[in-house]
Design a protein around this ligand. Sequence first.
Ligand SMILES: [Fe+2]
Length: 367
Amino acid sequence: MSDIRAQGSEDGRVPPERRFRILIVDDEEINLKILRIYLEDKGYEVISALNGEEAINLLKSEDITACICDIRMPKISGIDVLNFVQQHRPIVPVIMLTGFIDINTAVSVMRQGASNYLTKPIDAGELIISVEKAIAHRKLVEEKLRLERENLEYQRDLEKKIEEKALALQQNMLDMVVSLANAVEERDRYLIGHSKRVAQYGNMLARALGLEKDQLRTLHTAAILHDIGKIGIPDAILRKAEPLTAEEAETMQTHVARGVNIIEPVGFLRHVLPVLRHHHENWDGSGYPAGQASDQIPLLSRIIRLVDYFDVLTTARANRQAIEVGRAMEDILRNKGVLFDPQLVDPFLELVKRMVDKLPRTEERIA
Ligand SMILES: [Fe+2]
């Protein structure tokens, strides 16, 4: 290792801010004096402590590069100081000193994490080599920690970027599916804006019920996509001005299965499939396609069933005029526990009462 004075100015002295600060700990002042002379002669900044307690306080408050510590001291021993460093300042190397050669103690302190072990009387050359080695080792450890930190930051950054890309990709796919849903609405002018309104009413009801964010998101997506299967329904049925025949109504009902078939291959939308599949089930089991009843039906499907019905009633369709909001509310109340989950009806009607002035006033709606 190079002499640390090589880092200094022309006279060989290291500027104070760049000096390594060595803490020396010994209960005999003469030893501290000797250590200080050896170390300062080599350009190190030295601070000293006469006992373990003082040493620990200095380790807590000062920026210490390395510590040289006597083992045998009254009250708090050098081993206690070493233990403190190991626990609270593990980056600081500790060189242990003792007045007599004892191989067992040497092995023991090295095992406990001491950087080195020196015997008194201190040999200046040995001391300086030990300190240099300890500092060099500390630098390596710091460099290793820095690289690990950088590596972790890089990994996190990479993960974030991948996540962002995946989200952007999902958003693109969702946009494509939504534009497919819009294409359905474009085919029938009476359907325009229907899915968005269903999503909006559904969101208001779900919030009033205190549903979680994840469920709100799923509900929104399901509401936007709930009628996507109508893309496969012939115009003659979709836009028919007269009431549908039984056979035509049956074909219309296939929009549920068609919708599921369209969304099924889109992996990240799999969680909305059950909601789509059951959005025409009735509370009393009279709906389709599975004839599920009460809480067998997914909650989000029950919500869509209700708000979808409300929007269909209160906007015109190819075969009928819009129904006045008040009458639609009466209709919904009559079907509480029949078509609709009774727990949803009252909160929804409350919301409708509050938002009646804010409902979109299309020319199709009789206000
Ligand atoms: Fe539907």
